[in-house]
Design a binder for this molecule. Structure first.
Ligand code: PMP
Length: 938
């Protein structure tokens, strides 16, 4: 029925039999199916589980018409026949655990009549994690390619087949429900499941696990076969985790996985609310549809809040809300439904103290910010479900929940939070409330967690068992479920949607970017990130998820550093102009920069980017030498302009590159790990410099003169290389002897990143003739600088004006000055040295257990990790480097790959990186190194 499915197939004997006898044994010969056993695949990611579901669904689809006289049989592993475990419950020694299983059994028995109404056919019924094979030949984590072992094939209900696949796929997973949902999603796509079937799934999964543990408990008593108990511990762990999940919530999650509305009656409740919108009394007495009001943006990317978490503290928030209302000249503020917010900083919003565990960010009510004491009226008739003073630790003031019913008989609730205390005396549970009744007043900030006065208004379609603790803020990963549990209160308030400024969704942004920006403007990661906020060493995406930034070197002293921000704000509010007028900022900055440099480097030029700075460096060298030819280093990148592409082998030899121009000469990278001269050779620095000397001799033989040599003092784009001692000094000497100048591109390595050195060239105790700075020096404000000797500057001053409109403007220089202030005040070079050493040591410790790490190198917070498949041949492990960087992102850590062979993991966090960050990174990284995708290729 399904010739394309990769399955073990029966090989008939010479006389055409499927089963034959060898000695006393019945044997059947099956074709071999290659693949890795699912249970041993690490990690088991959502896409893998999706493919598991899909293959199981395809098998069921193929079995749809399969008939066999013995298919309908008694079988203890058939989910529909699982009631047999009743007899063996006493074998479970632990009373609490026995009670869990007993409860699952009771539920199963209650559901049996419903189960009997669902589809029946032959099902595989045993997609356990040792029967499932994974193909990893085209990447990791791989794809499920086959399910073997048809020994449990039975005529039963299709949904029982799904339950088995889910029950094993969720073993040992942090979020078992999400794991089950992934399988169901794949199954449903291949072989659609009905709503009635899905309603049975969670209890059947629990029952399958119950059968497994009961079977193990029983057989353990008489047998000694390790296979019997292979799933026992993980199955108990899973049952324990599932205990804490409300079965209806699980049902909603599984429905959502199949594309059904998570809460079945949510749609009907919404439709009813819509019919009431124009009829019902106003919540706050004045009609919100026509009242002057403003929508307050409290999202991750809120300009009102900015990045500083201090603004999310209630006192600041109160002030900001007041200011925003005053600015708009209105008395009513609206806080948006379905908005990702980072204002919930209390640990109550964290599922765990582990930074990799998701925090709740999605606001699922609607706030009306109005004066304390504003009366509130019931928009709909109902009955008091709950009225309570929210006690510590929540401390959010009194709360009222009303129960309502739609004409179709669906219950739903309205919730009013942060109320004044009079609500407590006004109502008791089960009181009837008429539409328009005064129900409460908005509380003051004193008794609602110091929040500015407002009512949090929320609709709830199923209270589950939360009662008064029903969340008002949900996990982004469960967004669809919670939006169905708590539909938009504006269905009832009917404030026109045009009054809600909309934030483009992730998909809108992605599509708009593709439509409006150039295609070769690349995006990082297979699933690009939409970053909305940066604070210190963290970036935050549109759902409020935090990422530890170990990649971006521009925010040198941390994202959104308040001192830099303030310097820019104050100066831009006063003056920004150009260098044709006298101004002290540019001079202050030039002074401070030169103070960090050897005395010879004394004349500064300011531009807007490192590209512009390198471009100028090139002009200076040519003006001074009158020559054109330049020696560059292999795999180097110096910027995106026409001339800089010509001097960047990384570009001109890369995809789309036009090849080398005749005035550019490429010297090899002095890479003492991979190159011709290794670390064991004390003369390697001089030996690598010989290549440059040879280029010079060659030029001289051709009668050409040399403008200079340009290189990053430590090649970063070239793979985080630390040139061996003696290299730069020998090269500089040779270049100068040939009449050339030495340009140091310090864009990535300069400015203290190396910890013990402010500049990269200090490592080999040389002094360049021209240094080029950019990127980190403005902490994100566009700023580039070129500093050179008096003689070179004078040669350049040949009558042609030098002018860069924005270069050296007062705002840019204020930013630059502020960065220097922070580096000094916060002692960040010292920090880079100590924290960098910790990181380097930690990574070096990982070399012993993990053969994939060929080399660990670094100075300060400039680190590289070179991955190889073989430490002898140094065969690059680029796929694994890319795998690890993508996995780090899954764990909320941003890193990158670099190097000519793309096998170097590049780490260059901001200068405020801390020892806790190092510890967190190393823990995550060590765990990722154990995954399949991080293993050396044999
Ligand atoms: N030089 C080096 C070493 C760089 O890494 C870069 C940017 N990656 C540049 C120059 C060019 O910088 P920008 O894009 O800011 O012009």
């Amino acid at each position: 029925a399904a010739p394309d499915l990769l399955l073990p197939r029966v090989v008939l004997s010479k006389d055409g039999a499927a089963i034959t006898r060898v000695d006393q044994t019945h044997v059947t010969l099956l074709t071999y199916v290659p693949g890795k056993v699912y249970a041993r695949v690490r990690p088991q990611l959502p896409e893998l589980r999706h493919s598991l579901g899909a293959v199981c669904g395809q098998i069921s689809s193929a079995l749809r018409t399969f008939q066999h006289p013995h298919a309908a049989r008694w079988h203890k592993w058939d989910g529909a026949q699982a009631a047999w475990i009743a007899e063996y419950l006493p074998d479970i020694a632990d009373t609490e655990r026995r009670a869990w299983v007993a409860a699952h059994l009771r539920r199963f028995e209650e559901l049996l009549p419903t189960l009997r109404l669902t589809r029946r056919q032959a099902i595989h019924a045993d997609a356990n994690d040792y029967n499932v094979l994974v193909d990893q030949t085209s990447g990791f984590p791989g794809q499920v390619c086959s399910v073997i072992d048809f020994g449990d094939l039975v005529e039963s209900h299709v949904i029982c087949d799904v339950a088995v696949a889910c029950a094993y796929a969720l073993l040992d997973q942090a979020d078992p429900l999400a794991a089950a949902a992934d399988v169901v999603r794949g199954y449903h796509q291949a072989f659609p499941l009905s709503e009635a079937e899905i309603a049975l799934l969670f209890p059947l999964i629990c029952m399958r696990l119950s059968v497994s543990v009961t079977n193990a408990a029983h057989r353990k008593q008489t047998e000694d076969d390790p296979y019997i108990v292979i799933s026992e511990r993980p199955a108990w762990d899973a049952l324990e985790k599932l205990q804490s999940i409300h079965p209806r919530f699980a049902h909603y999650v599984l429905r959502a996985a199949c594309g059904y509305e998570p809460v079945p009656h949510s749609q009907r409740v919404r439709a009813y609310l819509k019919t009431q919108a124009t009829l019902c009394p106003s919540l706050v007495g004045t009609d919100l549809r026509t009242s002057p009001l403003t929508v307050l943006d409290l999202s991750v990317g809120s300009l009102l809040l900015g990045a500083d978490p201090a603004n999310a503290q209630c006192a600041s928030l109160s002030r900001l809300v007041d200011v925003a209302l005053a600015q708009e000249g209105v008395e009513i503020g609206i806080g948006r439904y379905d908005e990702a917010r980072l204002i919930y900083t209390s640990d109550l919003f964290a599922a765990s103290a582990n930074p990799t565990v998701e925090r709740r960010t999605i606001h699922i009510g609607l706030d009306v910010w109005m004066a304390e004491g504003t009366p509130l009226y019931a928009p709909l008739a109902g009955v008091v479900e709950c009225v309570i003073e929210n006690p510590a630790p929540l401390d959010y003031g009194p709360l009222l929940i009303l129960r309502h019913e739609t004409p179709d008989g669906d219950d739903f609730y309205t919730l009013y939070g942060h109320l004044a205390a009079d609500v407590l005396a006004r109502w008791k549970v089960n009181d009837s409330v008429a539409a328009g009744d005064l129900i409460a007043h908005i509380g003051g900030s004193a008794r609602n967690g110091q929040w500015p006065p407002h009512v949090h208004f929320q609709i709830i379609t199923d209270l589950l068992d939360y009662g008064r603790d029903f969340p008002g803020v949900a996990l982004a990963s469960q967004r669809a479920i919670w939006l169905s549990l708590s539909p938009d209160p504006n269905e009832l308030l009917a404030i026109s949607p045009e009054r809600f400024p909309v934030e483009p969704s992730y998909t809108t942004t992605l599509a708009a970017r593709r439509a409006r920006l150039g295609g070769n403007l690349s995006l990082s990661y297979r699933t690009p990130l939409k970053i909305q906020r940066g604070w210190r060493q963290f970036l935050y995406d549109d759902t409020g998820r935090a990422y530890l930034d170990m990649y971006n070197n521009v925010p040198h002293v941390g994202h959104s550093h308040p001192h830099v921000v303030q310097a820019i704000q104050q100066q831009t509010a006063l003056l920004t102009t150009n260098t044709r007028y006298l101004h002290d900022n540019v001079l202050r900055y030039a002074e401070r920069l030169c103070a960090k440099l050897p005395a010879e480097l004394e004349v500064c030029f300011f531009v807007n980017s490192a590209s512009e700075a390198n471009e100028l460096g090139l002009r200076l060298a040519r003006a001074f030498t009158g020559a054109r030819d330049l020696i560059v280093m292999d795999a180097a990148y110096h910027g995106h302009t026409t001339s800089l592409i010509d001097i960047s082998p990384y570009k001109f030899n890369g995809p789309g590159g036009q090849g080398q121009v005749d005035w550019v000469h490429v010297a090899p990278i002095p890479d003492d790990y991979r190159g011709s001269f290794k670390r064991s050779d004390p003369e390697r620095g001089a030996k690598y410099a010989t290549a440059v000397e040879e280029i010079i001799l060659d030029l001289q033989a051709q009668g050409r003169s040399l403008a200079g040599f340009i290189a990053e003092s430590l090649p970063s784009v070239g793979g985080q290389i630390i040139p061996p001692p003696g290299y730069l000094s020998a090269v500089y000497a040779a270049v100068r002897a040939a009449g050339g100048v030495c340009i140091a591109d310090e864009v990535q390595v300069g400015f203290g990143r190396l910890g013990d050195y402010f500049w990269g060239f200090e490592l080999d105790q040389v002094v360049p003739d021209i240094i080029v700075c950019g990127k980190p020096i403005g902490n994100g404000y566009p700023l580039g600088a070129v500093i050179t000797t008096r003689a070179i500057a004078e040669a350049f001053d040949n009558g042609m004006e030098f002018f860069s409109t924005f270069g050296g403007n007062p705002v840019a220089c204020a930013a630059g000055l502020a960065v220097l202030d922070v580096l000094e005040r916060e002692n960040l070079l010292q920090n880079a040295a100590t924290v960098g050493r910790l990181l380097l040591d930690g990574l070096q410790d990982l070399m012993e257990p993990y053969a994939i790490i060929g080399d660990v190198r670094g100075v300060g917070l400039f680190l590289g990790l070179e991955l190889v498949n073989d430490r002898q041949t140094l065969e690059p492990a680029a796929a694994q480097a890319s795998y690890l960087v993508n996995r780090l992102r899954d764990y909320g850590i941003l890193a990158g790959t670099d190097g000519p062979l793309h096998n170097v993991i590049k780490l260059r966090p901001s200068m405020i990186f801390s020892s806790q960050d190092v510890e967190f990174f190393l823990t995550v990284f060590a765990s990722l190194l154990q995954e399949d995708g991080a293993q050396p290729r044999a």
